[in-house]
Write a protein that binds this ligand. Structure first.
Ligand code: NAI
Ligand code: AKG
Length: 392
């Protein structure tokens, strides 16, 4: 089996691949691909490609629907880099509240002056700021990162408001009970001195689902004067033109972004960080290990864990003579056609798992025959079947 890395992936993860797996520099001959932020939307996806693992959380760089149609499973690594991002968000809160960067840069301009110690004491008032303790922070999106940010800010003495209409049970359990649970984004806009966004980038006609440009002229209008906005999620969550106007007028005091672009990188009062949220040794290691483990379990057992375009499926390790995995449309009459294909050649199905997610489904069949390539070819020809893989 061949794997290709579209971005650098931590060695501690890649070292988990056994001798069955070989690295290839050629994307077109890969069975599996590991990726971080590389843009895949315009890439041709080869027929032999079986799975893509995003070593990270955001999957907006991957064509999920196109992959699902080709029977390519896309995984991500939920939570694996959340602590790295949380720590940088806390740094962002402090960088936006105190002119730490301005002060440090100024020291560099006077560092060769023998009276630098005196100059520092005289000049430091230019860089004074505010404390975050006692201020209100709004967290939009209480997933792996949002929950950690909310809890940490709460422990630093901030009053935290949290909004997430789709919060998972686990994240709700992990959220400090001191976090004020609000039911609309508007409550956050009206109340908070700092607002941080931690949702995926989603473009949808339903405004409660859509997150693209959720920070825009209309929503900024509802915020307090001098609000500080932090964006460690994706640049398109914020409308650049609208934030520029708001920064110029002082309505928004600072915009901290981990996703600078040609526009925001040149705006005054923007603190632009070069997408460093997950760039820690620990996060990179965690993501790589999780991604590789998920890929190996998929390749060797057909199991799917943490996919973002196919259902999760745990068929365990195959004890039968053979295992076939089928990616197919979630439509009537598929299972009966699969079982008929095996009964036609008098092969017993000893176990079966069938899972669906939206328009797509995945079926794993354990059978009492180790020679299933002919049946696999017949299964591939069934209308609605997207990919058939002989796992064992
Ligand atoms: N700066 C960086 O290096 C990193 C950035 N990210 C970005 O942060 C995002 C969040 O990451 P995680 O917390 O790990 O993901 P997650 O999937 O654990 O959490 C996302 C949360 O957003 C919520 N959500 C979705 N739509 C929403 C809406 N319309 N309004 C309010 N909440 C909504 C979900 O219910 C979920 O709880 C990622 O999608 C990615 O874009 C993630 C990791 C690193
Ligand atoms: O791999 C990276 O550094 C990017 C992390 C990120 O943005 C994500 O996980 O969504």
């Amino acid at each position: 089996m061949k794997y290709n890395c579209l971005n650098p992936i931590a060695g501690v993860g890649l070292n988990l691949f056994t001798e069955q797996y070989n690295k290839t520099e050629d994307f077109n001959e890969a069975d599996i691909v590991l990726v971080r932020s590389a843009a895949m939307h315009d890439m041709e996806l080869p027929d032999n490609l079986k799975a893509i693992a995003r070593a990270g959380a955001g999957v907006n760089n991957i064509p999920l629907e196109k992959c699902a149609e080709k029977g390519i499973v896309v995984f991500n690594t939920p939570g694996a880099n959340a602590n790295g991002v949380k720590e940088l968000v806390i740094a962002g809160l402090l960088l936006a509240s105190r002119d730490i960067v301005g002060g440090i840069n100024w020291v560099q301009t006077v560092k060769d002056d023998p009276t630098v110690a005196k100059l520092v004491e005289k000049g430091k008032s230019k860089f004074a700021g505010k404390e975050i303790q006692g201020k209100k922070l709004g967290v939009i999106g209480l997933g792996a990162i949002g929950v950690l940010v909310a809890n940490a800010a709460n422990r630093l003495g901030m009053t935290v408001y949290g909004y997430d209409p789709f919060i998972s049970v686990d994240n709700a359990w992990n959220l400090s009970r001191d976090v004020v649970h609000v039911k609309t984004r508007e409550e956050i806009y009206a109340e908070c001195d700092y607002i941080t966004v931690h949702t995926p980038l989603i473009e949808d006609t339903d405004p409660s689902v859509n997150t693209k440009e959720m920070i825009n002229e209309e929503t900024i209008k509802q915020m307090k004067d001098g609000v500080i906005i932090l964006n460690f999620a994706r640049d398109l969550l914020v409308n650049d033109n609208d934030i520029e106007v708001a920064l110029k007028s002082g309505k928004v005091a600072k915009y901290v972004t981990d996703f600078p672009n040609a526009k925001t990188a040149n705006m005054e009062n923007v603190i632009a960080i070069p997408h460093l949220g997950a760039s820690t040794e620990e996060s990179e290691d965690n993501c790589a290990v999780m991604a590789v483990k998920q890929l190996m379990d998929y390749m060797e057992n057909g199991n799917i864990k943490n996919s973002v375009n196919y259902p999760n499926c745990d068929a365990g390790v195959c004890r039968a003579a053979g295992r076939i995995a089928i990616h197919h449309k979630n439509i009537p009459n598929m299972l009966s056609q699969f079982t008929s294909a095996f009964s036609a050649v008098n092969v017993n199905i000893s176990d079966m798992v069938n899972k669906s997610r939206g328009d797509y489904a995945y079926t794993v069949l354990d059978v009492d025959s180790s020679n299933n390539s002919d049946v696999a070819a017949k299964l591939s020809a069934i209308q609605g079947v997207l990919k058939v893989r002989v796992v064992k």
